[in-house]
Structures are given as structure tokens and as C-alpha cells.
Design a binder for this molecule. Structure first.
Ligand SMILES: Nc1ncnc2c1ncn2[C@@H]1O[C@H](COP(=O)(O)OP(=O)(O)OP(=O)(O)O)[C@@H](O)[C@H]1O
Ligand SMILES: [Mg+2]
Length: 355
């Protein structure tokens, strides 16, 4: 249990009593595209999941850091050995550099929360449901030496816990690498209550890239530009406005209408998401199906796609109707949930990590 010690600070004639604890609890959402951390000392941070090392002496002189993270790493990418170490929610297999990148990313996230020198770090890390089964050991290795105690939970379960949505609910977390589903039945979810699809943000980006390459083969654009367009203009269903972007064509900035392509790319994830949602509902005990149908929560960056919740509700109308809503804070819903688990977890649920 957390032992508290108090520290009395004399400042401007006022006596402030600050409670210091010997354990810093952290909730970490380790994501393919961005990772967030929520700490028991109130710190909240989000970093794009990029890790880069300067490639040579010249790059080191410019970058002035041994390792760079997030947006800063993406900006400096020509000078870096750049890694996005998670793919489809898993640490990229067999790549030592990617394992190292995950460790550096975790170390960086933890340092952003400013632990006190003597504090032990207890971290709950949310990962895709599928990754729980296959990459536990990798993750454990990456966390060793960075945190003292660890709990690995599934991402959608963390979201459910943070929202107190523990009974007769379904969470659909649409991330970059994976879409994760979890039905909550008032206890820890089992494998049968969870699903992972690889139809998510990255697959929308790839789809959009392919569609645009065939529409305007002579235009020059990168996957990073395509992702930014999607994040700004995504939608499903009938378009509300025309989506136009400016791209260089043979060096000349040219305006292109990409409304149809954005729609098709975003809608490409609908059939598998709807099929999985309906299948999971059909597996719930019959008397609770209606309650679950009316308590569906969208999380992750993909939850921000305009008209998505309404489109899923239209699919539910065919089996008696339902309600779908998106979380208010898609960036921190997962890490806040993991922090709530960390605060409540009994000692026996933690895995102690040796040095
Ligand atoms: N407004 C938006 N419309 C559509 N997609 C968006 C929007 N904002 C963010 N995204 C997409 O959401 C994804 C990132 O979501 P999130 O941060 O939940 O993923 P992640 O946790 O990093 O990935 P994963 O959970 O798969 O490991 C990216 O693909 C991003 O492009
Ligand atoms: Mg995620």
C-alpha cells in the first residue's frame, strides 16, 4: 500500500503541507501512433510514438540529443534512424532496435511525469487485447529497469474502467494499428469478451494513399500528409462539404478534390467493425443484449470520425436499436483508465520487476 510522508515547506510566511507518497502510480496507453501517460501526481502527457537516433556525427551536432521523441523526431526524420516501434499494436517482431525504442519511449513518458527521486514507479500499461496474448514478454523486457511494478491490461478494458462502464457495456477503441472491442460483464473480461481487428487508422491511411495515387499519379505526397488530411477531413456517409487539398504536381501547387477518396477510405473500416460489433452482441446472455446495445462507447482517435456513431446506430437499428457515443477525451481516456486501475489494484495484482 502507498505509504505517505509529509513535507512541510515554509514559503512566503505560509506553511504548506505537501503529501509525498513513496509510490507514483502511472497509467500508460502505449499506442501505435501516440502514447499517453496519466500520473497520480496529476501529470498528463501525450507523445507521438516515434523514436529516433541521430544517424551520424553531423546529425548529433544538429539534434544535440542522443535520442529524440514524438513530433520532434518526425520533423528531424532525415537526420534520424526513425522508429515507430509498434505495428498493429505489437512490438515489431525480431527487431532489437524496436524493442529498444519501446523502452526509450516508456522511459521518456515516465520522465515527463517527474517522479521524485525515491519514488517507486507502479505502471499499468494498456495494450491491444491481442497483444496481451502474444507480446507480454516483450513488453515486460522493455519495462524492466524503467518501472518497479507492472500490470498489463487490454486497452478497451482500461477505457471501460476509467468511465465506470463496467456492466453491460461495449467499448470499441479505434486506434491506429488496431480496433479493439471489449464487452464488460461486471468482471475482468476474458478472451471471449474481446476482439482485435487490424482495420483501423493505419489501414485507412494506406487505403487513402492507394486511392490518391491512382487518382493523381503525378502528384507528390507522403503518408504523413495523407494522415493529416484524413485527421482534418474524415467522415462517413453523405458528404457535408467538398474536401480539397493542395499538393505539388510536378513541383506546382495544385488543388485536388478528394471528397470521394476520403469517404471510401474511412468507410473501408465499417463492414468489419459492424460485423464484429453484431457478433459480440449476439454472444451476450439474451436478457442483457438490449442493455449492451444501448451502451456502446467509441474510443481512440478513430472515434472522432464525424457521423461514425450515427452509422453504427443505423446498423443496430436492424437488431432492435441501440446507442453509440464517443468518449469526451480520446487522447487520455485509456491512460486515465489505466491510472484508475493502478490506484485500485490490490498488491497481489502487480507484477514486481527485478532491476
Ligand atoms: N479526426 C480524426 N478522424 C479520423 N481519424 C483520426 C482523427 N484523429 C485521429 N485519428 C486517427 O486515430 C489514430 C490514432 O488513434 P489512437 O491515438 O487512439 O491510436 P493508438 O492508440 O496510437 O493506436 P493503437 O491503439 O492501434 O495502438 C490514427 O490513425 C489517427 O490518424
Ligand atoms: Mg490505442
Amino acid at each position: 500500500m502507498t505509504r505517505a510522508r509529509t513535507e512541510t515547506i515554509e514559503r512566503l510566511g505560509m506553511t504548506v503541507t505537501k503529501e509525498k507518497t513513496s509510490i507514483l502510480h502511472l497509467g500508460i496507453d502505449l499506442g501505435t501512433s501516440r502514447s499517453s501517460v496519466s500520473a497520480s501526481n496529476g501529470e498528463r502527457h501525450v507523445v507521438e510514438s516515434f523514436v529516433g537516433w541521430p544517424v551520424d556525427m553531423v546529425a548529433r551536432k544538429i539534434v544535440k540529443k542522443p535520442v529524440v521523441f514524438g513530433h520532434e523526431a518526425l520533423e528531424a526524420r532525415p537526420m534520424l534512424d526513425l522508429h515507430r516501434p509498434l505495428e498493429r499494436g505489437l512490438i515489431k517482431e525480431g527487431s532489437e532496435k524496436d524493442e529498444l525504442a519501446v523502452r526509450e519511449l516508456l522511459r521518456h513518458l515516465i520522465s515527463l511525469t517527474n517522479p521524485d527521486g525515491g519514488q517507486k514507479v507502479f505502471a499499468v500499461i494498456g495494450v491491444p487485447a491481442e497483444a496481451m496474448r502474444v507480446s507480454r514478454q516483450h513488453l515486460r523486457n522493455a519495462v524492466k529497469g524503467v518501472a518497479d511494478s507492472l500490470m498489463i491490461v487490454s486497452e478497451p478494458f482500461a477505457v471501460a474502467y476509467g468511465m465506470d462502464a463496467l456492466l453491460h457495456t461495449m467499448i470499441i477503441d479505434i486506434g491506429a494499428g488496431t480496433t479493439d472491442f471489449c464487452v464488460m460483464n461486471g468482471r475482468y473480461p476474458t478472451d471471449d469478451d474481446q476482439r482485435t481487428l487490424t482495420n483501423a487508422g493505419d489501414s485507412v491511411d494506406e487505403q487513402l494513399m492507394t486511392l490518391l495515387r491512382s487518382k493523381i499519379p503525378e502528384a507528390q505526397f507522403s503518408i504523413h500528409m495523407v494522415r493529416a488530411w484524413k485527421e482534418q477531413w474524415s467522415f462517413v456517409g453523405e458528404p457535408k462539404r467538398k474536401v480539397e487539398v493542395t499538393v505539388p504536381v510536378n513541383g506546382k501547387p495544385t488543388t485536388v478534390d478528394i471528397t470521394t477518396e476520403i469517404r471510401r477510405a474511412c468507410e473501408s473500416v465499417l463492414p468489419p467493425i459492424i460485423e464484429t460489433m453484431l457478433d459480440l452482441i449476439s454472444r451476450v446472455e439474451p436478457e442483457y443484449q438490449e442493455a449492451v446495445r444501448h451502451n456502446i462507447i467509441l474510443a481512440g482517435g478513430g472515434s472522432q470520425i464525424p457521423n461514425l456513431a450515427a452509422t453504427l446506430e443505423a446498423a443496430l437499428a436492424e437488431i432492435g436499436g441501440g446507442r453509440v457515443k464517443a468518449v469526451d477525451d480520446p487522447v487520455f481516456a485509456g491512460s486515465n483508465g489505466s491510472l484508475a486501475i493502478a490506484a485500485d489494484a490490490p498488491e497481489s495484482d502487480w507484477e514486481k520487476l527485478a532491476g
